[in-house]
Design a protein around this ligand. Structure first.
Ligand code: MSP
Length: 511
């Protein structure tokens, strides 16, 4: 079995999770479930980033110790995972011993090798971004862009990691690993960024300025820079699990690609003599009203509200269907309702109900065998073959939104097939050919429903399970085999109808 280790970013615990965080978990979960179905040995890690100034400040505001604050917010992030049906194998907190131990080891190793040195630094510092700024970060009018929050000039002695000396190596690596960053155009942006000389990376913060961090193993007057600490979670979580490292992919948002994931992380690993991950997937942002959804702007949507109203799978479906991985999407309730009502309730829900109904009404809920193959059957069958061939490569290339579009095209075509065959009319005829067509139509819609459902497994796992239960079908382990048009349901007995997507509201104008 091929090992496939996948991670999400670890969330700062300075506020409650929002839709953007939920999306990243769901996207990574869909990839993880897809790879499991393809036979890989998946290890899926997610977690929280608990150190640093942001958390220290938020705790201070609440008047509680940072550890207590981190405990509370981390619990909230953790509790979100089962609500979203996330199939993670592990959850890491950067305050855990297993993590702190590895961070200390890596720092010591780099220090011993002379990769980390002490120097005086004078410069501008952004607390919000927890980074030193450079002149080129200023706006043309000399002011600091808003994203940096308050910027102060400081002079201090710190420890620096020799990033600069690996610049050429990184350029060479990215040039020879063209698919390292998804989407591809982001890799080009990274190479553009690397045309400017890199600075060495300040990896320490003096304790008097920041208490809340991992102490440097070689100088207790300092704690570790939060990004150096956080990035190492991907490795620390599996350091004692043989055969898991390196990660196949890190899934992150586009805002943390440059420089942390595309520059610091590969260089840190290379300098420490560790293997590099297979790739980085940088997804886009969920926006509301044209700006990024975030804790600080107050426009964040609570994913739990949507889950409570529409159910986990409808929520997962919407996120994956709506967003093209890598691009931004605006979240609107109207669009959510349109997809919920027209795609899930009317289109898919209807197919499930009609199939169960027809089998019940005309064949004692037992699936007959197909007897004839006329144009209608042949066309649907051919469309299936095409859909099946397209969907796997689309999923392999993270084009889940298009895979769902194709899946729903097939579901629509199956509904159209039912309309065309009109079993309710055939049922009134006593002619032998009509009766054969009736049985064939029930067999065909049942098989098409089984297959369409199979394509939804990674995105709507609980719904698929429910449908398979009423179809009396237990899918085998191999997804490719599941996707072969056959007569898998012939002779099985269907259970009662089920309501999958209850109607919360009438659809609004689609405009
Ligand atoms: N703690 C760092 C990540 C360290 S990874 C070693 C961090 N945390 S975060 O809480 O700010 O963001 C966590 C993840 O959520 C990031 O990948 C970020 O891009 C993602 N999102 C935060 N807001 C988002 C949207 N509005 N939309 C989609 N994802 C966004 O950065």
């Amino acid at each position: 079995m091929k090992s496939f280790y996948i991670t999400t970013a670890i969330d700062y615990v300075n506020g409650s999770p929002h839709l953007g965080h939920a999306y990243e978990k769901v996207l990574t979960d869909v990839i993880a479930r897809f790879r499991r179905m393809m036979g890989d040995q998946v290890h899926f890690l997610t977690g929280v980033d608990e150190h640093g100034q942001k958390v220290q400040q938020s705790a201070k505001k609440k008047g509680i110790p940072p550890q207590q604050f981190a405990d509370e917010v981390s619990a909230e992030f953790r509790a979100l995972l089962p609500k979203l049906n996330i199939s993670n194998d592990d959850f890491i907190r950067t305050t855990e011993e297993r993590h702190k131990k590895v961070v200390g080891q890596v720092l010591q190793q780099l220090f011993d090798k002379g990769e980390i040195y002490k120097a005086e630094y004078k410069g501008f510092y952004s607390t919000r971004q927890e980074q030193f700024l450079q002149e080129k970060d200023r706006r043309p009018d000399g002011a600091w862009p808003e994203i940096f929050g308050e910027v102060t000039e400081i002079v201090e002695t710190n420890y620096f990691f020799k990033l600069k000396q690996y610049q050429e190596w990184l350029v060479e690596f990215l040039t020879t690993h063209e698919d390292f960053i998804f989407p591809k155009y982001r890799q080009k942006q990274v190479l553009e960024f690397l045309k400017e000389p890199l600075n060495d990376l300040c990896v320490s913060r003096p304790r008097e300025r920041l208490e809340w961090g991992i102490p440097l193993p070689f100088d207790g007057a300092y704690v570790t820079y939060v990004w150096f600490d956080a990035l190492l979670n991907y490795y620390s979580a599996v350091a004692d699990k043989p055969g898991v490292w390196p990660a196949a992919y890190h899934v992150i948002g586009k805002d943390i690609l440059l420089p942390p994931h595309a520059v610091y992380w590969p260089i840190m690993l290379h300098a420490a003599g560790l293997a590099l991950p297979g790739g980085i997937i940088a997804h886009g942002w969920w926006m509301t009203g044209g700006s990024k959804m975030s804790k600080s702007t107050g426009n964040a949507l609570n994913p739990l509200d949507l889950v409570a109203e529409f159910g986990t799978d409808a929520f997962r479906y919407f996120l994956i269907r709506e967003m093209n991985v890598g691009q931004d999407s605006d979240f609107t309730r109207e669009q959510f309702l349109v997809r919920y009502n027209s795609e899930l309730a009317n289109n898919f829900g209807n197919l499930v109900n009609r199939t169960l109904n027809m089998a019940n009404r005309f064949h004692g809920a037992v699936v007959p065998a197909a007897e004839v193959a006329e144009d209608a059957e042949k066309e649907l069958h051919a469309l299936w073959e095409k859909t099946r061939e397209e969907v796997i490569p689309l999923c392999e290339g993270f084009q889940f939104h298009t895979a769902l579009e194709k899946t729903f095209f097939f579901i629509t075509a199956t509904n159209a097939y039912i309309e065309k065959r009109a079993p309710w009319k055939l049922g009134k005829s006593t002619e032998a050919h009509d009766q054969a067509l009736l049985r064939t139509s029930i067999a065909t819609m049942a098989e098409a429903l089984r297959l369409g459902t199979a394509l939804l497994t990674a995105v709507m796992p609980a719904t698929v399970e429910k449908i398979n239960a009423v179809l009396g079908h237990s899918p085998g382990g191999n997804w490719r085999d599941e996707l072969v048009w056959g007569a898998k349901l012939t002779g099985t007995k269907f259970a009662e109808a089920l309501v999958l997507f209850p109607r919360p509201e009438k659809p609004k104008a689609t405009g």
